[in-house]
Write a protein that binds this ligand. Sequence first.
Ligand code: FPP
Length: 254
Amino acid sequence: MALSRTEKPKTTRGQDSLKPGSLPAHVAIIMDGNGRWARTQGLPRVEGHARGMDVVRLIVEECSRLKIEHLTLFCFSSENWKRPQPELDFLMQLLGRYLVSERKLLAEKNIRFGTLGRKDQLPAEVLGEIEETKRLCRENTGMGLSLAINYGGRGEIADAVRNIAKQVQLGKLTPEEISEEVISSSLYTAGIPDPDLLIRTAGEMRISNFLLWQVSYSEIWVTEKTWPEFGIADLQLAFQDFARRERKFGGLNS
Ligand code: FPP
């Protein structure tokens, strides 16, 4: 896979390339580098996560303003449980706090809300806040916001395969009927189009078990900036770069 580090736009089309038709419909973000940012500031790692939450607010609001159809944020991976308990406790508390404090914005901006990931292992308080936020947002019709929490792409595919196998066992589906569409609609992201653009902060050239099935044809944009340093200008750079990509989906140039 050829990934390019695209810190600067090759041309300066500015706002022009942010016109609605050129924007990605679904943006997915791997928000990385909170710990590294904290270290450079001489702060504890968790301060990086706290600052990261402020950036989440900023980016959710900006994507909604730009009328992006769907935004998916990688908040906590199924592998993140390997971290020290105090950091895990802080992250879970932060997620709960975020859900409570963002309800006003989600209502004001008419944002639809959902989560991706396994519910088991999550503290009851976080689960409660997730369910309450979903309930409060259920009539919303604007941008979709998915928070990937306790999410892993391989686990998601394993869950989908298990569900499909049960359907076959029950005689509701034959093996021959298992198509890409059946698999897509068995994933946590059922009903959500695949991401057009995958953004990753903090420079690593990895997918890190994020949306493995769904990013098959996503354009990838990586910035060296850590998540706490990321801002609206960086989002614009990513969108400008996306507008210049030629997407062929395995076909030929038009
Ligand atoms: C990666 O940084 C980030 C995470 C594991 C968590 C992402 C969480 C946030 C952005 C803040 C909380 C979000 C919400 C919605 C409340 P890292 O810790 O792996 O950084 P490092 O690689 O520099 O150590």
